[in-house]
Write a protein that binds this ligand. Structure first.
Ligand code: PLP
Length: 394
């Protein structure tokens, strides 16, 4: 069997249609979208069309779509830009403890500059409640930044509820929708979202291109100094081929969303049931129902996530572990720890993230290989052995 790729939350393969749509803009139609001559006008026209497609997909207006280099830049710009634009003397942000590092590290950076930040914790299922956000807000709160769906455990947050609250309180609401875009229905007006980050490579678009949606009237400073592109808000020559590829991939993804979601949910749930039935001492991380169609995240007691990842890799299955490499040592995931999982168990975590092309056959094979490897690794574990001897485990 060919490689089974179950790391679609990290990145997805580029759609063939997107590749063929974007290719001319690398080659014959290479013009700069800011140039006034014919080549420039051709580039501008396709950028505008792409902008329309992306705006339409989230119920926004085209002039509220700003192209960036990806999710990280969009998150940085949203948070730093909103804080910089605020006239408050004391500036306070409410975010969650399970955000992507693009949000968390930005907030931590701002803390060093005197901005106050409250990190709200989710419940044990990884869901952040509106109540906890309300408790964290004070008179100085400028911005609330809560991700649409989590990249590790797939939990979907109550974005509409948070949006209504922010609107009523006059607080700017940013959501990192990098993982949600493509599988979730998003309407920035209905959900009262002011700022939204997305990234093309998570929905079969090219890497290095993203969008920040900025609601008309929301005050946000420019992030970089330079030219007057993107209505003077985001400097830099527009990446025409990547922009075309992003819109093409998004269109294709949304056209097939229902069918693909249905399939992925069935494969996801069968796999979760299969693991729980066949492997003892496993813990599903993240809410069972409020989770992305393509996310499965388990902690396996007595097993080191990286060892399991390597064994699966050798068997031709690509997954991701819950640990992050920080200065040469593996740190347990801040997300898994934030839902109350012990450090030890957090190190035993594996994420399987499905894609539109994942098949039943691949998932059946993955389950088989997983059962085998978990057994082998546990047999090598002295801790498992001693627990067995104590009669606690079979
Ligand atoms: N936010 C979330 C939730 C993500 O999952 C990612 C990527 O993993 C990012 C932001 C960063 O996006 P990019 O890779 O486009 O910079």
């Amino acid at each position: 069997m060919n490689l089974i790729y179950l790391d679609n939350a990290a990145t997805t393969p580029l759609s063939e249609k997107a590749l063929s749509d974007m290719t001319p803009y690398f080659m014959t139609e290479f013009g700069n979208a800011s140039s006034l001559h014919q080549k420039g006008r051709i580039a501008k026209k396709v950028v505008d069309l792409a902008r329309d497609t992306i705006a339409h997909s989230i119920g926004a207006r085209s002039n509220e779509i700003y192209f960036t280099s990806g999710g990280t830049e969009s998150d940085n710009w949203a948070i730093r830009g909103a804080i910089k634009a605020s006239k408050n003397k004391v500036k306070h942000i409410v975010t969650s403890a399970i955000e992507h590092p693009a949000v968390l590290n930005t907030c931590q950076d701002l803390e060093r500059e005197g901005v106050l930040v409250t990190y709200v914790y989710p419940d044990k299922n990884g869901v952040i409640s509106l109540e906890s956000i309300k408790k964290a807000v004070n008179a100085n709160t400028v911005l609330i930044s809560i991700m649409f769906a989590n990249n590790e455990i797939g939990t979907i947050q109550p974005i509409s509820e948070i949006g209504s609250f922010c609107r009523a309180e006059g607080i700017v609401f940013h959501t990192d929708a990098v993982q949600a875009m493509g599988t979730m229905e998003i309407d920035v007006d209905k959900m009262n979202i002011d700022l939204l980050s997305m990234s093309a490579h998570k929905f079969n678009g090219p890497k290095g291109i993203g969008v920040l949606y900025i609601r008309t009237g929301v005050k946000i400073d420019r992030f970089m100094t330079g030219g007057e592109q993107e209505r003077g808000k985001r400097a830099g020559t527009l990446a025409t081929p990547l922009i075309v590829g992003m819109a093409s991939a998004l269109k294709e993804t949304l056209e097939n969303r229902e069918v693909n979601n249905e399939k992925m949910i069935r494969l996801r749930d069968d796999f979760i049931n299969g693991v729980q039935k066949n492997i003892p001492y496993v813990h599903l991380n993240g809410d069972r129902a409020k989770r992305l169609a393509n996310n499965i995240n388990f902690s396996f007691e007595f097993i080191e996530g990286e060892s399991l990842l390597m064994r699966l890799d050798l068997d031709g299955i690509a997954v991701s572990s819950g640990s992050a490499c920080a200065s040469g040592s593996l740190q347990a995931s801040h997300v898994i720890k934030a839902i109350g999982v012990s450090d030890e168990l957090a190190h035993s975590t594996i994420r399987f993230s499905l894609g539109k092309d994942t098949t039943q056959e691949q998932m059946n094979h993955t389950l088989e290989v997983l059962i085998k490897n978990v057994k082998v690794l546990r047999e090598m574990s002295p801790l498992y052995d001693s627990k067995k001897k104590e009669g606690k485990y079979v």
